[in-house]
Design a protein. Structure first.
Length: 172
């Protein structure tokens, strides 16, 4: 007997949407399901795109082989700057033994200050915020740097020392 009066807004909605009001809840559910499906599909497609992009960029990141000039003239316990893999990327070569060299990117992983070799402490030191890195593997010993220093892979080819690639400390 007591019929509820529909408010004008509902009536307008019902007129524009050609479904009986009794079935409107199913339509909303259907629309919601469609929305969820489309959103999930979009997220899935986005993830696939990110994975493909990542794989592609890894494949493109092939490093050149570059001779590190002046390596043999370096005294044990001293370091020199060289550029690798591009002329804009400064790296530090350290001669840690008669036949042993290590090399790292000179760019601190905190705020990109240039790290220096400390023969006294046998470690790489960032003068900006006292970030210290191990000479063994570039891992952070102290300070704010969030990641190890990227390491330059070196290879002895006859009399030449050749830089052949780079690894982040997290990869090794
Ligand atoms: S920039 Fe190297 S520790 Fe901050």
């Amino acid at each position: 007997m007591s019929q509820q009066k529909e408010c004008p807004k509902q009536r307008l909605w019902s007129e524009e949407f050609s479904v009986r009001s009794g079935e409107s809840s199913f339509v909303e559910r259907r629309q919601f399901t469609r929305f969820l499906t489309l959103t999930s599909f979009a997220m899935f497609a986005g993830q696939l795109w990110l994975v493909a992009k990542n794989l592609l960029s890894r494949r493109q990141a092939a490093f050149p082989a570059l001779v590190v000039n002046g390596a043999d003239g370096l005294a044990v316990g001293s370091a020199k700057v060289f550029q690798y893999p591009t002329p804009q990327d400064n790296c530090l070569l350290v001669r840690v033994g008669e036949q042993k060299f290590v090399a790292y990117s000179q760019k601190c992983t905190h705020l990109s200050c240039a790290v220096l070799y400390s023969a006294k402490h046998n470690r790489l030191e960032c003068p900006c915020h006292e970030g210290y890195f191990s000479i063994e593997d570039g891992r952070v010993l102290q300070g704010p740097p969030p990641r190890p220093l990227p390491r330059v892979e070196l290879e002895r080819r006859g009399s030449e020392l050749v830089a052949i690639g780079m690894t982040t400390g997290e990869e090794s």
